[in-house]
Design a protein. Sequence first.
Length: 165
Amino acid sequence: MLQPTCRRTWALRGRTPIQRAWDRRDRRSVIGCVSLSPNRRRVAMAWQMYPHNIDAASVVAFLRQQVAQHGRSLLILDRWNVHRAAVRQLQRELGSRLHVEWLPAYAPELNPAEQLWNHAKYSDLANFVPNDIQHLARRVGLSFYHQSRKPHLLRSYFKTAKLRL
């Protein structure tokens, strides 16, 4: 969202940092995944940004692209209704090329993809006040680009979720 994520920061003694932002509710929606190759040597991420709320059609298109790129796929997803609707449609289309494992009902700490969002929101975009929605989209894209170029960081997302590689 265009509202900044306020985090603790450093400042000169007696000079409280102030963020000037107005009440704006514009936002972008992002879908993403962290992928691990079958031989477990390569870790990567993929993401797409949308100007609208993510719906089942958006998830289907994204997952279809990932399955086409990686061949037979194992998906580990949370139980968001949009994910479940998308998977039902994809399983009808792809059959045995797609295997799905569901995370427990509410367990973001088990989902490596949650670390993508946490790193972007609370590290790269902390205290960032965008000028407009395009400025926000560029910075989010830059955050994900930099994360995708750091395999050690992507591997740490699996370790944070306590998933052995």
